[in-house]
Write a protein that binds this ligand. Sequence first.
Ligand SMILES: Cc1cc2nc3c(=O)[nH]c(=O)nc-3n(C[C@H](O)[C@H](O)[C@H](O)COP(=O)(O)OP(=O)(O)OC[C@H]3O[C@@H](n4cnc5c(N)ncnc54)[C@H](O)[C@@H]3O)c2cc1C
Length: 417
Amino acid sequence: MRYSGFQIFKQGLTGNSGWKPVWRDPTPKPEYDIIIIGGGGHGLATAHYLAKEHGLTNVAVLEKGYLGGGNVGRNTTIVRANYALPGNSEFYSHSLKLWEGLEGDLNYNVMHSQRGVINLFHSDGQRDYAARRGNAMINQGDDAILLDREGVRKHLPYLDFDNARFPIYGGLFHPRGGSARHDAVAWGLARAADSRGVDLIQNCEVTGIDIEGGRVTGVQTTRGAIRAKKVGIVVAGRSGQVAAMAGMRLPIESHILQAFVTEGLKPVIDHVVTFGMGHFYISQSDKGGLVFGGDLDFYASYAARGNLPMAEHVMEAAMALMPMIGKAQLLRSWGGIMDMTPDGSPIIDRTPIEGLYIDCGWCYGGFKAVPGSGFAFAHLIAQDRPHESATKYRLDRFRTGVGLMDEEGTGSQHNLH
Ligand SMILES: Cc1cc2nc3c(=O)[nH]c(=O)nc-3n(C[C@H](O)[C@H](O)[C@H](O)COP(=O)(O)OP(=O)(O)OC[C@H]3O[C@@H](n4cnc5c(N)ncnc54)[C@H](O)[C@@H]3O)c2cc1C
């Protein structure tokens, strides 16, 4: 069923009784050409592009819970292409271009809003780095504008510019950055994949990976064994556990990231804003809530909830940057499990097991990567060679030390990326 203004009008006249379920609820078949483990943003995007770009539709996505119940529905929804290092730069640039056509591609309103991202800086050294990053973005063909203090004030007059510890010197403005409605992204991708014949199977946890003679032959699940010629692992915070089913130990640690949302307020924050002297980022949702987050909880865990010391740390950063936020009531907070790599950059690669592929290590920046990752992973699975946007996301860089992409410059400590 195609969505359109006419369709809304027509359904309105007939009591909204003609809408169809957004995806089917199929029984798993005994065998597929391709199984994707994980029905998050990346898994659903992979299925969508396998069907759309490569005509591969004998595909199942196996999800242990419900579609969109993982990090894809828990994040702070920031979408941007402002990376500095070769490898990341071209990948996120490609992903942003896919975002810009995603609603038309999916025939689904994912509320992609290019409201602009402003990264603040608070010292001369930070200004130099912002200029360097801006130049890298422009060289990649993306947009970046270096704002001085007065330039920032025009966009964000409510900030505390003269904070005694962290005065604002300026900001790097990325006009094409912004946000999108996270769960609509999952629903739109699911609908598009399902409409091309992909089976989306919920409440189906993969509990084992079958391998014969060094080649993957299928998976064991809570709904029985399913055979497959190729299997892709895309399970975000659970990557280490699922890879272990195939006897692999990944260079990944899982950590908690929290997010917070206030009561609905009248429009006050037009952009996505990030603080330069602490990890704090904020935007306002279309419902009016201020949505913000900060650092990881700093210890490895599989609990999808956070602890109060980090909540306090994030609130302190918020108050230092925009004291007006102290008047807002906090409505709720939650956490998600992040698959952190030692260099902070992801992995999209074949594994040593024939027919088994992995897409992981998105740390806490994987929402913006959803279309780019799905596109590149589908290409890898379908053609057995990496897509040009993702040639540097090799698994073996952590064994050889060649090709590491440490965007934060913090060294090989997972929780600092
Ligand atoms: C609080 C928070 C804020 C964030 N903010 C941003 C942001 O602003 N911008 C940004 O770009 N990124 C952000 N991220 C990161 C982003 O959400 C993740 O990197 C990305 O969503 C991970 O990919 P995914 O969507 O495929 O993961 P998920 O949605 O977690 O999908 C993985 C799926 O695999 C399933 N699964 C796991 N094990 C199995 C199994 N054995 N069998 C079957 N299924 C299994 C899970 O149930 C899950 O549904 C944030 C994350 C959090 C938690």
